[in-house]
Write a protein of this length. Structure first.
Length: 313
């Protein structure tokens, strides 16, 4: 059965407003300062390879985080720093990985995009994670374990055939698979409207998969509305596609942003950062300063470490 119940967040529901939680705010601002630090480190020549920040999209994994249990397996993508940090609250380990320093999550060989830790895996290959997530969901189902597979993908990934192969099997076998779509309206530099015929809801409907659209950035409201959606999947209700209408404030990677100043200004009007700051300016300033300091100190500690060593057994 296909569903299309919209989940509203900040600024979308008259009569209600976003709520502020100190722990959520701390996590949001930690990721924001982490991503800003990453861009600074890259500009200073202290990062190798490439990197894609989630500026503007930080609230997505923070809203979902408490709905997931330890056994759930999270599959991330090239824009996955926020997904990792929401899962592990480990900015130093990720920074060490990205700078090739001691204490790195994957000994410095995974870099920004390819991270493996316990029940978390990210990849820079578009669409690669969804078939693997479907296989993991099948394993959960066949072994009777309570976990679900959670796959983060973007709107641009819907151009990959592997997405549809995975969705077909997930629907056919009613797998415990949660597909989280971060639809920021632009695939690298191509507006989604120029590359996608129809919409994501229609594509999910083709397989009889439930589709839940999410607007706004009120973390508490999103979490409250998605809790039964996640539990339905966990209880054997089959796969679901949750589509976040979100906004990418930063470049695709480093500095390659072809959008005009006016377009970027329009995107910034939707920034959760400003919404939360207006709710409680004093609290926001306090937590913001704490997280800015935390990340700055983490950067200093990590850069002072020796290079990581990869030892194969």
């Amino acid at each position: 059965m296909n569903t299309s119940t919209a989940v509203s967040g900040a600024g979308t529901d008259p009569g209600t407003g976003p709520r502020i939680d100190v722990d959520d705010l701390s996590s949001l601002l930690m990721i924001r300062h982490f991503e800003q630090a990453v861009l600074d480190l890259f500009a200073r020549g202290l990062l190798n390879g490439t990197t894609h920040t989630c500026l503007g999209q930080e609230y997505v994994p923070i809203a979902l985080g408490p709905l997931l249990v330890t056994e759930d397996f999270v599959f991330s993508n090239h824009r996955g720093h926020g997904h990792y940090l929401a899962r592990f609250d480990d900015p130093e380990g990720l920074l060490a990985e990205m700078t090739g320093r001691e204490g790195a999550v994957c000994s410095g060989v995974g870099g920004s995009q390819h991270i493996f830790r316990e029940t978390y895996l990210s990849t820079g290959v578009q669409g690669e994670s969804l078939p693997v997530a479907a296989g993991t969901a099948l394993w959960f189902q066949r072994t009777g374990r309570p976990g679900i597979a959670v796959a983060y993908i973007g709107d641009g990934t819907w151009g990959e055939g592997a997405v549809y192969e995975a969705l077909n099997l997930a629907a056919l076998w009613r797998l415990p698979l949660l597909v989280v779509v971060e639809n920021n309206g632009i695939a690298q530099t191509t507006p989604t409207a120029h590359a996608m015929a129809g919409d994501i809801a229609g594509r999910a409907a083709a397989f009889g998969i439930a589709h839940v659209p999410v607007t706004g950035s009120d973390v508490a409201a999103i979490r409250e509305r998605l809790a039964p959606v996640v539990e339905r999947t966990r209880a054997g209700g089959g796969p679901v596609v949750v589509e976040f209408a979100t906004h990418r404030l930063g470049p695709h990677s480093k500095g390659d942003d072809t959008r005009s100043a006016a377009e970027l200004a329009a995107e910034r009007e939707h920034d959760w950062h400003d919404v939360y700051r207006r709710l409680d300016p004093d609290l926001f300033a306090k937590v913001d300063d704490e997280q800015r300091t935390r990340i700055a100190e983490a950067v200093d500690r990590v850069l002072a470490r020796p290079a990581s060593v990869w030892e194969r057994n």
